[in-house]
Write a protein that binds this ligand. Structure first.
Ligand code: SAH
Ligand code: SF4
Length: 360
């Protein structure tokens, strides 16, 4: 079956998804056009901002792909102070960003849990409850997730990274800290606690093909996820996966597959929130805008204080590391208009899917 026929189908099977992900030239254009139509029809052209604060690169884990993994002794570790985090939150609020994302390396400790609780309360206070707060702080116990939810966090991002347990084992050390089933259980817990739940995968990892990626999309559909953030894998010299760099798709091709993943997911899950990942912009200066054109509706402008940005090096060539938040803002206004989008200032921009899921 060709791409044109597949796009007319009510229900997409694994093989259909794989064909869409492998599409080239005119077929790829058909896919992109359909994804754009679906997005405009289902959720409109609004793009919502989540100010991203990458507040610490101190991490207790050792994921084989990540530049800030615990064993990378060359990483210069930092921890933004609470006051600076609150300043960033104030910036997001004053500039009508609607929401904030607090992201960091993974730490499990009472001190860390309590630090986040007090930050959540302060951020709620300084924005009179207006700023939405997303957390992306890895795997935690149910009690911790619940404490954070009760303190004001309402969305959580935890990428499954790959939905294939065998691949997962290849990308992580073999110990309980890096267990596929634990990560999956965390996603179920987050959903059960009432969080708008987000996941995602990396695209173009070694050993991964479009069949795996089709399975990843079905995983998101079957899990009935509310939000997705996924982007290309970008190798980092000081990591174990770097040894496979010769087996990877060329970086430009990884970027293309990432766009096709976003477009296909928009067709598969019409009303969820899909983020245009920063890693897209690391490859193409207008990568995030291209993603918005083919289905994404969330952008996470980096509002980490400028001097720390270089050190949150999950991968190499991270974009905008030399800019301050104020500069990003103007830059983004113009960029989104270029792809006929409109920024939803001052709105939370919740996943429509989440609200529908809870009405049923
Ligand atoms: N520590 C938390 C959140 C920070 S890491 C966690 O792991 O959940 C955020 C995301 O960065 C990860 O989920 C992973 O998908 C992505 N990432 C890490 N290394 C990467 C790389 N080399 N290329 C692209 N994305 C990467
Ligand atoms: Fe730590 Fe997240 Fe990087 Fe894994 S991906 S090493 S948990 S920061």
């Amino acid at each position: 079956m060709g791409v044109r026929e597949i796009l007319e189908k009510e229900q997409l099977e694994r093989e259909d998804l794989r064909i869409l992900l492998d599409s080239q030239k005119d077929d790829k254009k058909l896919l992109f056009r359909r994804a754009e139509e679906v997005k405009l029809r289902e959720i409109g052209n609004k793009v919502y901002f989540r100010g991203l604060v990458e507040f610490s690169n101190i991490c207790g884990k050792d994921c084989y792909y990540c530049g800030i993994r615990r064993s990378n002794k060359k990483a210069h570790r930092y921890n933004v102070t609470d006051d600076q985090i609150l300043d960033a939150a104030r910036f997001a609020h004053e500039n009508n960003y609607g929401s904030l994302v607090l992201q960091a390396g993974e730490l499990e400790s009472t001190a860390f849990t309590e630090r986040i609780v007090s930050l959540l309360r302060e951020i709620k206070k300084l924005s009179s409850g207006k700023l939405g707060i997303t957390l992306s702080l890895g795997e935690q116990s149910r009690e911790v997730y619940k404490r954070w939810f009760d303190a004001g966090a309402h969305r959580y991002l935890l990428r499954i990274e790959t939905s294939n347990p065998e691949l997962y084992r290849k990308y992580h050390p073999k110990n309980t800290l890096h267990d596929y089933q634990n990560r999956l259980n965390c996603l179920y817990t987050l959903k059960e606690l009432g969080y708008q739940t987000g996941t995602g995968v990396m695209i173009g990892l070694p050993f991964q093909d479009t069949g795996h990626l089709a399975d990843d999309l079905l995983f998101m559909k079957n899990f009935d996820i509310d939000m997705v953030g996924m982007g290309p894998y970008i190798e980092h010299k000081e990591t174990p996966l770097f040894q496979y760099r010769d087996q990877l798709l060329p970086i430009r091709e990884r970027f293309n597959v990432a766009l096709k993943m976003i477009a296909t997911l928009r067709i598969l899950m019409k009303d969820i929130n899909i983020a245009a990942a920063t890693a897209l912009q690391a490859i193409d200066p207008v990568g995030r805008e291209k993603a918005v054109k083919v289905g994404a509706n969330i952008i996470m402008p980096n509002i980490t204080p400028g001097k720390y940005r270089n050190d949150y090096a999950l991968y190499e060539n991270k974009p905008c590391v030399n800019e301050e938040p104020e500069e990003c803002k103007h830059c983004l206004d113009v960029r989104i208009q270029l792809v006929d989008g409109e920024i939803g200032y001052g709105e939370w921009g919740d996943s429509k899917h989440f609200h529908k899921r809870n009405e049923e």
